[in-house]
Ligand binder design. Structure first.
Ligand SMILES: *Cc1c(COP(=O)(O)O)cnc(C)c1O
Length: 224
């Protein structure tokens, strides 16, 4: 299968379910992104600031760049001018910095809050209690240069499909509950869940964005 064929395949499969494809191009060269772009793909996900900015500089400017990896506060300024969506907001401190950088350049930066749903202890994210405390506090009202558009989560790394489904269903429940809350700078519409290995389950559980890397671009080589 070629990158082009993979893009066509996923686009067809997702369009039927009104789900967006985030093509995760991390570790793959700009040429591979261009190949996917030529097949019609416009949204790409990266997890490192340096890699995202260098690809942004050489690739077509109508690409929408999504940050999906853990973001350090001191690096927000490099992507603030052009990033389309930050999926990985895992602390209030980070959101505060994104707001600060947005304010400097007079731009409202769309964000998703990353929610911790997996069994593993190593994953980044807010838990459910922290999330509701934050949304109901008055802090968010002060962040006029961010807009929280939804949630992102990663299921446990396990072959147990029932466990994965349970975690995605839990995230969907939190998302639906948050949708009923009203706050300034909050506009719940996107639920980012599902990767190459579990996107089918995620879509069945109501995902609106899947982040697919290896199933499109092939396996990643971290030795280079
Ligand atoms: C790398 C990555 C993906 C894509 O993973 P694949 O298994 O290659 O599809 C999705 N989401 C996040 C947060 C990632 O870091």
């Amino acid at each position: 299968m070629s990158i082009k064929n993979n893009i066509v395949y996923f686009s067809n499969e997702l369009a039927a379910k009104n789900c967006k494809l985030i093509a995760v191009s991390k570790t793959h060269p700009a040429e591979s992104v261009q190949e996917a772009y030529n097949a019609g793909q416009r949204i790409f996900g990266e997890n490192k600031v340096q890699e995202m900015t260098s690809k942004y500089e050489v690739l077509p400017k109508d690409i929408q760049w999504h940050m999906i990896g853990h973001l350090q506060t001191n690096k927000v300024k490099y992507i603030a001018p052009f990033v389309s969506l930050i999926h990985s907001v895992d602390s209030v401190k980070l959101l505060e910095e994104i707001n600060k950088q947005g304010k400097k350049i007079n731009r409202i930066i769309p964000c998703l809050l990353q929610i911790f749903i997996a069994q593993e202890e190593t994953k980044f994210g807010l838990n459910e209690a922290e999330l509701f405390l934050f949304v109901q506090s008055s802090i968010l009202k002060n962040y006029s240069h961010v807009r929280i558009e939804g949630l992102m989560g990663m299921a446990s790394l396990t072959g147990d499909e029932n466990q994965i489904r349970k975690e995605f269903r839990n995230l969907r429940r939190i998302f639906d509950e948050l949708k009923t809350k009203e706050s300034a700078n909050l506009q719940m519409k996107e639920l980012s869940m599902g990767m190459s290995s579990d996107y089918k389950i995620a879509m069945e559980e109501g995902s609106t964005m899947v982040r697919v890397g290896s199933a499109i671009f092939g396996s990643r080589d971290y030795s280079k």
